[in-house]
Design a protein around this ligand. Structure first.
Ligand code: UDP
Length: 359
């Protein structure tokens, strides 16, 4: 296998088409794309980003593409049909890619959408597909399976738990994730408060964290994009006296400052979380994680060392874990982030993945 670090690649990153970068609507994909751009450009590769108009991603140049946003896949049922709005930004982004493809060695697709998979054989450069969620619809399973059969190295996922939600036999490369840990400050002495971070949407299970905070009587601070305000209002009606504060969606530097001052991060998703970027952001600040033993967080948390893994959907389990937080050393949390989730480690895994695709 050739050493890619000696052969800088020209990479075209095609972002998610459910929202502009920086809006939070794309969930963890937004930070993942940023982190991958940094990990690879630090190694001398050239990264050009293509994203919906209005996107911002640190200092990176972005080809801004107009058009209608895609609906999010997690809000649809298993039998959902493929949806393409008129003047779809997704189609426009791939049309742009078609025009510029000769300038690139490899295209990287960050959208959990049917079209980029379908288009793979019609492009000259290979396409690496980073699948950001578990199996959600039959149509997506089918096109991912077909793409994997044609290009066995082309599918990347974040965790084993995510990969195992797809039909058996699907080949994929497990990439985890990596973070610019210099952006996250270790906070040794938290205040008496808990954190919950993520899109406010039913699959994220915020109500369980609110219930646990009420029983434990510890203030819960919530940060994230308000994706489903009816869901949030229902939680407030069900728990009118819970000690919770919704503090909006913050950029990374502010989020890490707030998050670092918390005793723990509660992760209570009701779906199989593909990874859970916020888990690593918490660890990087020295914040232990209390998470259900399911999906990506169950592969990240070292039970009893960097947090507690709790029986899925058990609010009582969360409460017990909150009471046991002083058994966790915050320094061990930061150490885990440094050992396993640095940009260096991610860059190594990405270069190996791309080498396999280009072979
Ligand atoms: N996030 C943020 N500011 C906030 C709350 C969340 O930037 O105030 C980001 C966070 O850094 C993470 C993403 O939102 O990258 C949530 O991603 P995660 O992988 O945890 O879940 P997803 O939304 O993809 O299901």
């Amino acid at each position: 296998m050739r050493s890619l670090s000696r052969h800088p690649l020209r990479l075209l990153f095609l972002s998610t088409s459910v929202g502009p970068l920086g809006s939070g609507l794309g969930g963890g994909v937004e930070l993942t794309l940023h982190n991958m751009a940094k990990a690879l450009s630090d190694r001398g590769h050239t990264v050009q980003i293509v994203a919906p108009a209005g996107s911002v991603c640190a200092h990176y140049a972005i080809a801004q593409i107009e058009g209608a946003l895609q609906p999010t896949a997690q809000t649809e049922g298993r039998n959902a049909a493929i949806v393409m709005p008129a003047n779809a930004v997704l189609a426009n982004m791939w049309d742009y890619a078609r025009h510029v493809q000769a300038q690139y060695d490899l295209l990287v697709n960050f959208a959990y959408d049917w079209l980029p998979f379908y288009l793979t054989p019609f492009f000259d450069p290979p396409i690496a597909h980073l699948v950001s969620m578990g199996s959600l619809t039959d149509a997506m399973d089918r096109i991912i399976q077909q793409t994997s059969a044609l290009y066995p190295a082309s599918i990347g996922m974040h965790s084993q738990a995510q990969a195992s939600t797809f039909p058996a036999g699907l080949q994929s490369r497990i990439l985890g994730n990596g973070f610019d840990l210099s952006l996250y400050q270790f906070c040794p002495h938290p205040e008496r408060r808990l954190a919950w971070v993520g899109r406010i949407a039913p699959e994220k299970g915020l109500e369980d964290a609110v219930a646990a905070a009420q029983i434990a009587n510890v203030p819960l601070w919530i940060w994230g994009v308000m994706q489903d305000s009816a869901y949030w209002q229902q939680i407030q009606q069900n728990y009118p006296t819970a000690p919770v504060t919704y503090a909006g969606f913050l950029p990374t530097d502010q989020l890490q400052h707030e998050l670092g001052r918390c005793q723990a991060l509660l992760m209570t998703p009701h779906w199989v979380e593909a990874f859970g970027n916020v888990a690593i952001e918490a660890l990087a600040c020295g914040v232990p994680i209390i998470a259900y033993r399911r999906g990506g967080p169950a592969e990240i948390v070292q039970d009893g060392k960097t947090g507690w893994l709790v029986e899925p959907d058990s609010v009582d389990g969360l409460v017990t874990a909150i009471a046991s937080l002083d058994e966790i050393e915050r320094q061990a949390c930061r150490a885990q982030a440094e050992a396993e989730y640095s940009l260096m480690a991610l860059g190594d895994r990405l270069e190996q993945w791309f080498a396999a695709i280009l072979d």
